[in-house]
Design a protein around this ligand. Structure first.
Ligand code: HOZ
Length: 432
């Protein structure tokens, strides 16, 4: 039996002070642990597959700073490349060859991307892509899916996933009705609903945006034919198809979900992995569409820190590491072992559960399922997930503190880490 009485005195002190300084004590909502109960641990350092908190407790990490740490935290080659880049300065606000290098790597890897623009976050990438969709088609309406999250810009805060789902918010005060009046929503995996929206809004829909594998309502893969159907429908109606691959890009395959499923969208947003742990985002797509972005074209979008040399450096080194043969086979093998193991243990310990994985992305719901969309995901026993989360944490395993976030593995996770995690999961599930 693992000792579950971990000492978290320093974490508690620091988080108590933080609550007087920052709303909810955090810089982003989900990490406040509101939906899983208990207090967050305060991190001191990260390395490989592990986290250490300020009380010196060690955890196996399945959050990976929400996705970027696919090579493992603080990979020595990334750190050394960053040391070298740091000597040359922290920000240029001017062209650098590093942007060319990362842009070429992204263009070579991602089937839909012929030109790319770097920004500083996934939210920024999605905001910019929306403007571009509207400008290119000269139409205003967009279709998004319930439970999908495309950052915190006004136009996307409709039935959104991630923190919005975690906190159970219907929408956000401060978002004007006018900002969301052109945002239409459909259940994920429901082609008929999308068809109906296109029929009801003929020649008005600029495009469809989605997470091709949902990670912000928990892990929800696309049903067979769903992505193909969206590609056909958007073609038929002269609308654009946009894959938000902020989570899936370079994670479920080097070329993202579009490579994995063989469906090429018109535009793609990226973030997380391409910054190797530094703040970054990007959007790209067909040359004729991307050429509309200023200063090549009239669609305005800008950023002081965009193309930042440190972010570019960490991104380049991370993608180089991912190019090594066997990367995605390894990620798939260990993540499948984890996912299958969790489902088997749930069954053996009498818990209704469902879930799955694709490469280094996974999820587990406490419902018999199946989970095809956000409504299905909401049937999960979130109180049980909270107890599971706490039990795992107390025994040294750090999971995303929300039922509505996917889990992530990395190249640094070993078979032994997975086995240890499963042993802990058995102990926790037996006690739920
Ligand atoms: N929205 C991110 C996860 N999908 C970050 C959540 C957080 O840091 O609170």
């Amino acid at each position: 039996m693992v000792n579950t009485t971990i000492k978290t005195t320093k974490s508690q002190e620091i988080f108590a002070a933080a609550q007087n300084l920052m709303p909810g004590g955090v810089s982003s909502p989900v990490r406040a642990f509101k939906s899983v109960g208990g207090q967050p641990i305060v991190f001191d350092r990260v390395k490989g597959a592990y986290i250490w908190d300020v009380d010196s407790n060690q955890y196996i990490d399945y959050v990976g700073t929400w996705g970027p740490a696919i090579c493992g935290h603080a990979h020595p080659e990334v750190i050394s490349a960053l040391h070298e880049a740091l000597e040359k300065g922290t920000s240029f606000g001017a062209p650098s060859v590093l942007e060319n290098v990362l842009a070429e790597m992204v263009i070579d890897a991602v089937p839909s991307i012929e030109m790319v623009r770097f920004v500083n976050s996934g939210t920024e990438a999605c905001m910019a892509v929306l403007r571009l969709m509207r400008a290119f088609t000269n139409r205003e309406k967009i279709i998004k899916f319930e439970g999908c999250y495309h950052g915190h810009a006004d136009m996307f805060l409709v039935k959104a996933g991630s923190g919005v789902a975690t906190l159970g918010l219907p929408d956000s005060p401060g978002v004007p009705k006018s900002a969301t009046s052109s945002t239409l929503t459909a259940p994920f995996n429901d082609l008929e609903a999308v068809k109906a929206l296109f029929e009801e809004n003929r020649d008005q829909i600029a495009g469809v945006i989605l997470e091709p594998v949902v990670g912000n309502a928990g892990f929800i893969p696309p049903d067979a034919g769903f992505l193909e159907g969206l590609r056909e429908l958007t073609h038929e109606h002269g609308a654009l198809l946009v894959f938000d691959e902020v989570m899936t890009g370079f994670r479920i395959a080097y070329g993202g979900a579009q490579e994995k499923f063989g469906i090429t969208p018109d535009l793609t947003t990226l973030g997380k992995v391409i910054g190797g742990g530094l703040p970054v985002g990007a959007y790209g797509g067909r040359r004729e569409i991307m050429s509309m972005i200023a200063p090549a074209g009239p669609v305005y979008q800008a950023g002081t820190l965009s193309g930042n040399p440190l972010a570019m450096t960490a991104g380049i080194k991370t993608l180089e590491l991912l190019q090594k043969p066997g990367t995605y086979e390894y990620l798939d093998r260990i993540t499948q072992k984890l996912s299958d193991g969790l489902l088997r243990i749930a069954q053996e310990t009498g818990h209704a559960a469902c879930g799955g994985q694709i490469s280094a992305m996974f999820g587990l719901f406490f419902t018999s399922g199946p989970v095809h969309n956000y409504e299905d995901a909401k049937k999960s026993d979130t109180a049980k997930f909270g107890r599971f989360h706490r039990g795992m944490l107390e025994r040294g395993v750090y999971l995303a503190p929300s039922q509505f976030e996917a889990g992530f593995t990395s190249l640094a996770h070993t078979e032994e880490d997975i086995e240890q995690t499963l042993a802990v999961a058995r102990e926790v599930m037996s006690s739920l």
